[in-house]
Design a protein around this ligand. Structure first.
Ligand code: AMP
Ligand code: GLY
Length: 439
């Protein structure tokens, strides 16, 4: 299977405006919205969007989960393309519903979205199709689970994963047998509702983590994909990878230590068997697949699939991508991802997240954000516009994003904005070491 790279498609050759509906409201969607709007022909609508996103498109008064309102709006307005940001509506089948209306949708059908929506489904898929990954076993009752944990021979910490979507909180690394059994009991009793009635017990992997995104177009026998530059997220709250897990405190890409042969290995061990497996299983691909990868001493292993763009990885990827995003996503949505050159900026991009006081456990909303004139782009995630100015309205508040000739320069640009307090508020949390280890 040769990787195919898209060439220009006809979307922008028309004389009329290109009407795009984007679903979502966070930092990922603000980054996508800004990129889509860099094409002046794009007429952007966003459901539900945010005050920041409203500066680049029309925000609609309903959310990505409101299938009824969405299908009504789509039927009436016939957008040229719908782009689905978050995973939850995909797992609920929003792409199937909208495709039935005859609209091109960038976003996988429900059956494919279970690669993110069910860890046991994903692990079964990986095992059957020889996608390199950790040993695992799925349990749904405490007696069997406790006995498996007591006889565990696959190393500690034991990794416990809620089967379904748990807003990024469904993974626990248990250091002892007692902790593993206690966590299992808690999960099975419904800590994450139905999402944790089944639990995957997994062997621990050690190494460097990375995020690999591919655009993937699979329908029947035909398949094409293209790989985007690998990025690295920083999940822990504090510098030096200390503190609680978060949605991601900052990312950069590409990763300087990854050589072309390492990217080739990722393609051979993870990407190719995944795409071939989707073809074999009849899983339609019409969106992005984000591989959470651990580079272990035994080579790359897949931690998880996501069926959406990562956040804050998207903020990095949109800095790096020198393509018209509307054409690219449209070519995937219409199963016409074609060979050609995918233009990627030949340097490094970074996004450093500014988070609210109290994030991730108890983010404090309401502080007024002092914004001067930062050199970096501001990607809003949890903000609201008020007569007093922008205010904190979520956990991850704003990302400072930029690109430069190398990681050092990209980091310096962000640090300079931070040193000059170009964006700040009382209690703001930020990691100044994003990308530092990679230098
Ligand atoms: P996931 O939602 O599967 O990506 O898991 C969330 C985080 O848990 C990952 O980003 C890893 O840091 C960690 N994790 C998941 N699976 C494993 C594993 N098998 N070994 C070590 N860490 C893991
Ligand atoms: N940054 C990790 C994620 O989006 O899941």
């Amino acid at each position: 299977m040769t990787p195919l790279i898209p060439a220009a498609h006809q979307l922008n050759r028309r004389d009329t405006a290109v009407k795009i509906l984007l679903l979502g409201s966070g930092g990922r969607e603000h980054a996508l919205a800004l990129k889509l709007k860099s094409n002046p022909k794009v007429e952007l609508y966003v459901a539900p969007g945010s005050d920041a996103i409203a500066e680049c498109g029309v925000c609609l008064p309903f959310g990505a989960e409101d299938g009824k309102a969405l299908t009504k709006w789509v039927s009436k307005n016939s957008p040229d393309l719908v782009v689905v940001g978050p995973e939850a509506p995909l797992v609920c089948g929003i792409a199937d519903d909208l495709t039935r209306l005859g609209v091109p949708v960038f976003g996988h059908p429900r059956a494919t979205s279970l690669l993110e929506g069910s860890k046991s489904f994903a692990k079964d898929f990986m095992t059957r199709h020889n996608v390199s990954c950790a040993f695992s076993i799925t349990v749904d009752n405490i007696e069997e689970g406790a006995s498996l944990i007591s006889g565990w021979r696959h190393g500690y910490p034991i990794v416990l994963k809620a089967d379904g979507l748990a807003a990024g909180k469904g993974v626990t690394l248990a250091q002892t047998e007692a902790e593993a059994i206690e966590t299992l009991r808690d999960f099975l009793a419904g800590r994450f509702g139905d999402a944790s009635r089944k639990v995957v017990l997994e062997e621990p992997l050690f190494g460097m983590e990375l995020s690999l995104h591919i655009l993937v177009d699979v329908r029947g026998e035909s398949a094409s994909y293209c790989m985007l530059p690998a990025c690295q997220d920083h999940k822990r709250l504090f510098e030096n990878d200390k503190g609680p897990n978060t949605g991601g405190m900052g990312a950069f890409g590409p990763i300087p230590s990854l050589r072309p042969e390492d990217m080739e290995r990722l393609r051979k061990d993870l990407v190719e068997p995944t795409v071939a497996g989707m073809q074999k299983d009849g899983l339609e691909g019409r969106g992005v697949l984000f591989f959470g990868v651990m580079l272990t001493a035994d080579g790359p292993k897949l931690l998880e699939y996501n069926v959406r763009f990562g956040d804050p990885e998207t903020q990095v990827l949109m800095q790096l991508l020198d393509e018209d995003l509307s054409e690219l996503l449209y070519s995937v949505a219409t199963h016409k991802l074609k060979p050609g050159e995918l233009k990627i900026f030949p340097g490094t991009a970074i996004c450093v997240v500014l988070a609210a006081k109290g994030y991730p456990d108890d983010p404090q909303k309401g502080a007024v954000i002092d914004i001067k004139s930062p050199a970096c782009s501001l990607i809003h995630a949890g903000t609201v516009k008020t007569p007093d100015g922008w205010k904190v309205n979520g956990g991850r508040v704003i990302g400072l994003a930029t690109r430069a000739s190398d990681l050092n320069e990209a980091r310096s640009a962000v640090l300079s904005d931070l040193d000059q307090k170009q964006v700040c508020w009382p209690g703001m949390q930020v990691r100044r070491d994003i990308g530092l280890k990679a230098l």
